[in-house]
Design a protein around this ligand. Structure first.
Ligand code: HEM
Length: 369
């Protein structure tokens, strides 16, 4: 008769609790601080593992050719878990910070040149999200992705690192599926395949821009009279520049090649439409989805900032074990953004009272009635 399942067999605790031996493969003579260092890193890698699974599930649901109303709650559910894990991971740096600077120096040198810089799961997360390679920082001639491929020696973990990077680079990114989904979003009740859809989209954007001009005019008048501005022309130029930037972003005239502009314009118009009319019943799940993607990126940025502050507290501004400029390098990675249009749309939003009139409101009402 097979034996009844046990907690220790189910979780394979014999294997799990014997994986903290570090380079020597033996934790008996290891300093308590080093055991702490290994356990904290392994916990992060486990959270990354779970996060990757959930992000892929969200991506697969959203990446279907048509995403019906019943599917979006699944995407939302996966993203919720991702964001909860990330918040938890950010808070977890507190545990790492119980390691004092001197306590780290006791064993730090033996790690060189190993570093979190080689966390292939973090790179998988970045690539899966859709971080452009052009945005990625190199230090000196070291490209973080090439570095993993070049240093992944013939060990089981090295082979895994190489294989995982090669695989994720072939996958569709969250950014790509999000953009496809946005490009299909009905705007003023018009779908991409409807006759005259581009005219509806451009009409909506032009109306929006006209309202923005009125809004800027009113804001300018209020500021000039309240602040007794000495150089009102400079203030006016600032508003003009903001308007011009909004116009080129919304109409996608900043996009190259020109053939790609209509498609990007539709994506941006969709993000604007969902944010602007977010209370409409049919848009309530889409706007939740967008909120969660923005929150996910916000948490990733906070992760980078929190890690950098923890590093500064522990090693100051010295060179990292991986050879980078340490905190200087890490702080610059805080500028990475994947979902740039979802951030940009916030700059151009108008108060509800200024919004263009909603066409086809029935289209966005509850479908059950
Ligand atoms: C005492 C604790 C830690 C110190 C002093 C530290 C230091 C550093 C430094 C200096 C870098 C830059 C690369 C280099 O030159 O080495 C780095 C990168 C990195 N570390 Fe840490 N780290 C610590 C803990 C952690 C923990 C707990 C994690 C969790 C997984 C982590 C994940 C990473 C990742 C993913 C990178 C790559 C960042 C990027 O290139 O965007 N680190 N770390």
């Amino acid at each position: 008769m097979p034996s009844a399942p046990t907690y220790w067999d189910y979780l394979q605790l014999d294997r799990l609790l014997h994986l903290q031996g570090g380079l020597e493969g033996d934790e008996q003579d290891m300093l308590a601080n080093e055991l702490h260092f290994i356990v904290v890193h392994q916990s992060f890698e486990l959270w990354f593992k779970l996060l990757l699974r959930e992000v892929r599930l969200a991506r697969d649901h959203l990446g279907q050719p048509t995403v019906d109303e019943e599917t979006i709650p699944f995407v939302v559910q996966h993203l919720r878990r991702v964001n909860t894990i990330l918040r938890h991971a950010v808070a977890q740096f507190e545990v790492m910070e119980t390691l004092t600077p001197q306590g780290f120096l006791d064993f730090r040198d033996k790690l060189v040149p190993a570093s979190g810089f080689q966390s292939f799961q973090m790179r998988e997360i970045e690539i899966l999200m859709g971080l452009e390679e052009a945005q990625r920082l190199h230090y000196g001639k070291v490209d973080p992705i090439r570095h993993i491929q070049d240093t992944a020696h013939d060990t089981p973990a090295g082979r895994l690192a190489k294989e995982r990077i090669d695989t994720v680079r072939q996958e569709r990114t969250v950014l790509a599926v999000l953009n496809d989904w946005l490009a299909r979003t009905p705007i003023q009740g018009s779908r991409p395949d409807d006759d005259g859809d581009d005219a509806v989209v451009v009409g909506f954007l032009e109306e929006y821009l006209a309202r923005m001009r009125e809004h800027h005019g009113a804001s300018y008048e209020r500021l000039v009279s309240a602040l007794e501005v000495s150089e009102p022309e400079a203030m006016q130029r600032r508003f003009e520049a903001t308007y011009d930037a909004a116009s080129s972003w919304l109409l996608a005239t900043d996009v190259q090649p020109p053939e790609a502009q209509a498609r990007v314009r539709r994506q941006r118009a969709a993000a604007l439409f969902i944010e602007s009319y977010r209370e409409l019943p049919l848009l309530s799940w889409p706007r939740l989805l967008i909120d969660l993607i923005v929150e996910m990126e916000e948490q990733l940025v906070l992760w980078r900032h929190r890690h950098a502050r923890m590093v500064e507290r522990t090693i100051g501004r010295r060179v990292g074990t991986g050879g980078s400029g340490g905190v200087d390098y890490l702080d610059k990675t805080g500028a990475y953004r994947v979902f740039r249009d979802l951030w940009a749309v916030r700059t151009v939003l108008l108060p509800r009272t200024r919004l263009p009139e909603l066409r086809n409101p029935d289209f966005y009402a509850f479908t059950a009635t």
